[in-house]
Design a protein around this ligand. Structure first.
Ligand SMILES: *Cc1c(COP(=O)(O)O)cnc(C)c1O
Length: 480
């Protein structure tokens, strides 16, 4: 069809054949026999190269690509094959100002943990094998002693993430029973994790008590009965109820639950293994403090803890044993790589004096504003040079967030490179459009640079920048 139309076009009789003339397009076989094809076949294989050639020839026939000679076509094929081979999941520069950015993969592992993962990846391991006795082992054993030592918990298990930990606790301890929760804590965490929905999926009946702003001990007491399986507290990770508010005294609530023989679970969300206030950071409940007022607690491995995606359930030995027996534990269990990373990170907590240097999450959260500002001033000229003609670069104050549910109202003072796009007419509207185009260009770099748009500047918060040379190298590849 396309060819027929082309040969009938009026120009074809007078001017030289158009670029897409089928007579000028080499055949697939000729291209495969071309000298430049040998290397590509070696690297990518004959069938991948054949597909790339066919796709290129189709674009030529459709008038979307130039009908080059064999070398030209194969060079385009080489680019296409290289782009195809680039991993989908790859490193980026997170300069958004959100340290634990869920969409950008949350916590960064320390090198020791990455090495530990690499070591268990390519070899057999003692994942479920007791090297003392030669008998079958328990995979949680690799981290349980560390969690007990750091948090004071009697026992602990690890599952896929904290959402899984909550689901498992509910299902194992309260299936077909009621779970008492304060109305003010029926939260939705980003990414469609809603506590009431999780309850239903876990096979539990939600028993809401109190009001949005105030819940009293007597509300819990009145709801206790033969159908009660569990009482639950949920840390309000991403919101705050302020003003005329009340929640029962934690110790009194725990005593009430004991009186009725009902376990009390607390979902901490992030939860911290250390007291962040000691580092002048916004306070977050610690796991050990929560264990003093609850029977089991659940928290994430890749939020403030600073390890990999996983969820940890820690608490009373008898309850953990019940939870471990649940068939859901098998479905939600984690891989050897997760244990290797988690174990290596937990070991860093045994040396608290060095933790703020060794654990990337804490290192980034505790960076003083002055250091970040000095880095921004140092880097600004080099960044300006790489973006010359596209944007001007200045240094300004900004605020970072912890992210991943830690209170968004709590911010950390930081410093940023402010990129203001140049060219075109001024005006707020035009500036915004140019700013988005600049953000697009930085996002499409081989190592993408992700910032934050504020009005008509693109802000690169340097709190999370450690690899300065890498950033400059990436920015030097910006093109239109
Ligand atoms: C983040 C969070 C979760 C979910 O944890 P994931 O590790 O992302 O599954 C659950 N509960 C609370 C309170 C949270 O903040």
């Amino acid at each position: 069809m396309t060819q027929a139309r082309r040969t009938q076009s009026p120009q074809s009789s007078q001017s030289p054949p158009p670029a897409s003339d089928p007579r000028r397009i080499p055949s697939v076989d000729r291209l495969l026999g071309h000298a430049a094809a040998g290397d590509l076949i070696e690297i990518y294989g004959r069938s991948a190269l054949t597909d790339a050639i066919r796709a290129d020839l189709a674009r030529i026939r459709a008038g979307q690509a130039q009908a080059d000679d064999g070398a030209g076509i194969l060079s385009r094929c080489a680019d296409a094959l290289a782009a195809e081979r680039r991993p989908s999941l790859r490193p980026v520069f997170n300069l958004t100002g959100t340290v634990l950015h869920t969409n950008l993969g949350r916590a960064l592992l320390p090198r020791s943990a990455a090495d530990a993962v690499a070591a268990v990846m390519t070899q057999a391991t003692n994942l479920e094998f007791d090297l003392e006795t030669g008998a079958r082992g328990e995979r949680d054993d690799h981290v349980e002693a560390l969690i007990r030592r750091i948090t004071g918990a009697e026992a602990a298990i690890v599952v896929n993430n904290n959402a899984a930990a909550v689901l498992l606790v509910l299902n194992a301890l309260a299936m077909r029973k009621e779970v008492i929760v304060s109305r003010g804590e029926l939260v939705e965490i980003g990414g469609s994790f809603r506590v009431p929905d999780v309850m239903v999926r876990a096979g539990c009946r939600l028993r809401e008590v109190g009001t949005t702003n105030r819940t009293h001990l007597r509300d819990f007491a009145e709801a206790m009965g033969p159908r009660t399986g569990l009482a639950m507290k949920i840390h309000p990770s991403n919101y705050a109820i302020t003003g005329f508010t009340a929640q029962p005294d934690p110790e009194a609530l725990h005593a009430l639950c004991r009186e009725y023989g009902v376990p009390l679970a607390e979902d901490l969300g992030s939860g911290s293994l250390i007291d962040l206030a000691a580092y002048n950071l916004p306070p977050e409940p610690t796991v050990s403090a929560a264990l003093a007022r609850a029977d089991v607690v659940t928290f994430s491995g890749d939020k403030l803890l600073g390890a990999v995606q996983c969820g940890i359930v820690a608490g009373r030995k008898d309850l953990i044993a019940r939870i471990r027996k649940s068939p859901l534990k098998r479905a939600l269990r984690v891989d050897k790589m997760t244990y290797a990373a988690l174990e290596a990170v937990l070991r860093l907590y045994l040396h608290p004096e060095r933790l703020h240097e060794e654990l990337p999450t804490l290192r980034l959260l505790t960076r003083p504003r002055g250091d970040i500002a000095a880095q921004a001033h140092r880097l600004a000229p080099a960044v300006a040079e790489r973006l010359s003609g596209r944007a001007t670069v200045s240094v300004g104050d900004c605020v970072s967030q912890i992210g991943s549910g830690a209170l968004p109202v709590e911010t950390l003072p930081s410093a940023a490179l402010l990129l203001t796009p140049t060219g075109g007419e001024g005006g707020k509207r035009g500036g915004g459009g140019r700013c988005r185009r600049l953000a697009d260009a930085l996002r499409r770099l081989p190592v993408p640079v992700i910032g934050r748009i504020t009005e008509d500047t693109l802000l690169l918060d340097l709190r999370t920048l450690e690899d300065e040379a890498g950033l400059l190298n990436s920015l030097s590849m910006v093109h239109d």
